[in-house]
Design a protein around this ligand. Sequence first.
Ligand code: CTP
Length: 402
Amino acid sequence: MQLRGKRILLGITGSIAAYKSASLTRLLFKEGAEVQVIMSTSALDFITPLTMATLSKHPVHHEFYDPKSGVWTNHVDLGLWADLFLIAPISANTLAKLANGICDNLMAATYLSARCPVMVAPAMDLDMYQHPSVRKNLETILSFGNLILDAEEGELASGLSGQGRMMEPENILEHVISHFSKSQAFKGKKVLLTSGPTQEALDPVRFISNHSSGKMGAALADAFAEEGAEVYLVLGLGAKKPKNPNIRIYPVRSAKDMHQAAAEIHPKMDISVFAAAVADYAPRNAAVEKIKKEGEGMTLDLVKNVDIALSLGKEKLPHQIHVGFALETENEEFHAKSKLEKKNFDLIVLNSMKDTGAGFQLDTNKVSLFFADGRSVVSEVLPKKQIAEMILDGIKNLPIKI
Ligand code: CTP
């Protein structure tokens, strides 16, 4: 009974996936949630209000008023009643209404009045799901702070196969439970994360880079998002992407691009985590044409890249928190502590290449955290997800209150 006492308003819109809303209601009910249902007019073509009223043990809301009695359905009360407004499935049509403030039915009016978190589970055909207008609308509702349960891959009602199936009710249930059980310590906080390698072009076909996989950055981005943060991830090409679709991703190639993107986002941030493996040097001038093989050797003319963490560290405001990383092969603690000070970090995460189970490409890591106030913590070899949680705990325990 992990949802005991929770009030969930379930919105159902016109999609073949509406049949799954019946089992979703049962699953929520079995976990102790109280469920009330709103159905759009097109949802009525797919599943009957009788089914939903029986399963939710509440009358189904559909219209602004009952045409027989004239009694008004108070959408404001419905929005205030709910601890969570879950719209599953949400069609492209309803999504467009939410993104644009259109208010021509009870569902949309309730959305505009709701003060609780809103979670949507899209269901549509694969090409519709990838259409720029749908992507834009998803991004828009994301910017309103709504949560998206990304559609799953598989066979679609059209007979085509791809991404567009509404998330299975069991998986939606898991997200709802984790939404209520997770600490929301970073709710409303804006977090900038740099992650992955940078690529410094030598010519149109070659670049200088490093082995960073971006796995630690992806785990951190997911961990922040799960605890309610708005995450802005500036991500080097080829790096691992986080799972949570609520994260805004800014793909970049070079250190210069990464600096530009991060510097633009940084002033509005509460927390910045510099997890990227930024190339320290770049070719002075990338050749316009492919460099031809000539002679027995070649010398590269490199210039120093901007140090993103250092330059943004100089602009850090009193309420802002900066977290850095250090990957070292010798004299680890000394180097990590000098970077902590030099780059104005509140906390630095040290990876030692000497530790087995730590380093590039792996799913595990072993780290030491050094705090600006002198404290330190050492981890075991743990999955990167758990290391991310440990770093978040470190941030929660900083003297600056988040
Ligand atoms: N960093 C950065 N921009 C750079 C270089 C590093 O933002 N151009 C950030 C990294 O993301 C990390 C921290 O600074 O959080 C330390 O990075 P690291 O590569 O260990 O340190 P460097 O200052 O580059 O020192 P060195 O390579 O000499 O060890």
